[in-house]
Design a binder for this molecule. Sequence first.
Ligand code: ZN
Length: 145
Amino acid sequence: MELKDLYREIVNEHNLHPAHKGELEHPSMILNGVNPSCGDDIYLQLQLDDGGVVTDGKFNGSGCAISQASADMMLDVIIGKPKEEALKLAETFMGMVRSTVDPAEIEALEEAAALESIAHMPARVKCATLGWKTMQRMLRDGETS
Ligand code: ZN
């Protein structure tokens, strides 16, 4: 299968059947993230335990297939990880879409690595990074609404 098709298939799958779309019952943090250039408007909910481990997460809201799929994949990767590790993965993802990261590091992103080709579509980069940036604002900057 060509990489281009794999990318399309993974985006479609997460967009049609998101595993983490909905509402958390007891989120520790909630934050809205918007990408006005496309109209993506999501809010992210994370649940952290006392040790700073992301124990659960969901997103809701509307947006294009890439923003929705990317938020879903982001949650797939970070649930169960300490927040420091989640933030490191966000850095890796940002580096990947800017083509400034070592390809070996991209593997840590699991399925989200399929969005690597977004680096060649500058108009869609903000869609792909929306969920990750919102997560960074919550876990790194402590923003919550
Ligand atoms: Zn978008």
